[in-house]
Design a protein around this ligand. Structure first.
Ligand code: AMP
Ligand code: TRP
Length: 326
């Protein structure tokens, strides 16, 4: 079977965008592929967080992945730093990463422009660590959002360079962009991506929001001044609500337009809020259950790390041999 791999940073809780754009698809891929999914806590280290908060956030992210339906019997779910091969491979690959290429990464340019007083080397070599994550498991496909495609291209380049310099070692991964992968926009400003860090509390649905909060946020979602539920240029707010409704119910835009013909936006917003709340309720409940079962969660975290290490160590040993390290 082909191999799928992806990671998510443990920054706060996930948004409806993370869920519909990423994790829900990860769940659906489990049937067809060998899947590796991990909490990218080493990448999160590029930004300072209190150690206790960091530990808590990584556990919470792991539990959320399981709650979202990633099945540890079917997939390998783990926390990146628990598998030491990632840091080792990251260093080895950083020595094959041209300074110029790293300097051109838009994520680095954006982040370092935003916090010029706080640029660390990890922020700069971030793509080499990410390349290691992917190459250690010889992944065929990597489902990532548009913001990560440059890092994926970097990964292919560094893998090709390694293969050229030291001999055939790594499989070159490709991006995986599912047809159904929804891009979810802010409810307050529907031309911008829904994001964890939005300061406007009404802009973002978090996976753990309760029903009342979800309905309230959808009620106050920004729309337009006509009254037709139709997917059209210039109707960013309605387009976003239709995207969300369609991603959850599987209904086409035409079917949705027909369903709400002659009804107001109020009805439509309530309907979208309701399907979202119904979709997220079992996740929230499962998450709460997982957090109370400390022994189970600890055991799954340890088991995931052990199984991942077993695979990663093999690739690491091969790469070290090729480089003349052992
Ligand atoms: P991030 O939260 O930026 O670390 O992203 C984690 C994953 O969720 C990536 O695959 C992103 O592409 C995806 N993602 C984040 N925000 C959205 C959004 N608003 N719509 C769709 N996908 C998203
Ligand atoms: N950099 C990714 C993000 O911020 C997370 C990530 C780390 C990742 N390593 C990865 C994604 C490997 C895919 C494959 O979203």
């Amino acid at each position: 079977r082909r191999i799928i791999l992806s990671g998510i940073q443990p920054t706060g809780t996930f948004t409806l965008g993370n869920y519909l754009g990423a994790v829900k698809n990860w769940r659906q891929l489990q049937k067809e592929y060998d899947c590796y999914y991990f909490v990218a806590d080493l990448h999160a280290l590029t930004v300072y967080h209190e150690p206790a908060m960091r530990r808590k956030a990584s556990r919470a992210a792991f539990a959320l992945l399981l709650a979202c339906g990633l099945d540890p019997e079917e997939s390998l779910v783990f926390i990146q730093s628990h598998v030491s091969a990632h840091a080792q491979m990251g260093w080895m690959l950083s020595c094959l990463s041209p300074f110029g290429d790293l300097s051109r990464m838009t994520q680095f340019k954006d982040k370092s422009a935003k916090h010029p007083e706080d640029i660390n080397a990890g922020l700069f070599t971030y793509p080499a660590l990410m390349a290691g994550d992917i190459l250690l498991y010889q992944a065929d496909y990597v489902p990532v959002g548009a913001d990560q495609t440059q890092h994926l291209e970097f990964t292919r380049n560094v893998a090709a360079r390694f293969n050229h310099v030291y001999g055939e070692t790594f499989r070159l991964p490709e991006g995986y962009f599912p047809k159904a992968g929804a891009r979810v926009m802010s409810l307050a400003e529907p031309t911008a991506k829904m994001s964890k860090s939005d300061e406007n509390a009404k802009a973002t649905i978090f996976i753990l929001d309760d029903e009342k909060t979800i309905l309230k946020k959808f009620k106050s979602a920004v729309t337009d001044s006509d009254a037709e539920v139709a997917f059209r240029e210039g109707k960013d707010g309605i387009n976003n609500l239709m995207t969300i409704y369609s991603a959850i119910t599987g209904k086409s835009y035409d079917a949705i337009t027909a369903e709400f013909a002659g009804k107001g936006y109020g009805d439509f917003k309530t309907a979208v809020g309701t399907v979202v709340a119904d979709e997220l309720r079992p996740i929230r409940e499962r998450y709460a259950e997982l957090l109370t079962d400390k022994a189970y969660l600890d055991a799954e975290i340890a088991r995931g790390a052990e199984r991942a290490a077993h695979i990663a160590e093999k690739t690491l040993a091969k790469a070290k041999r090729k480089m003349g390290l052992c």
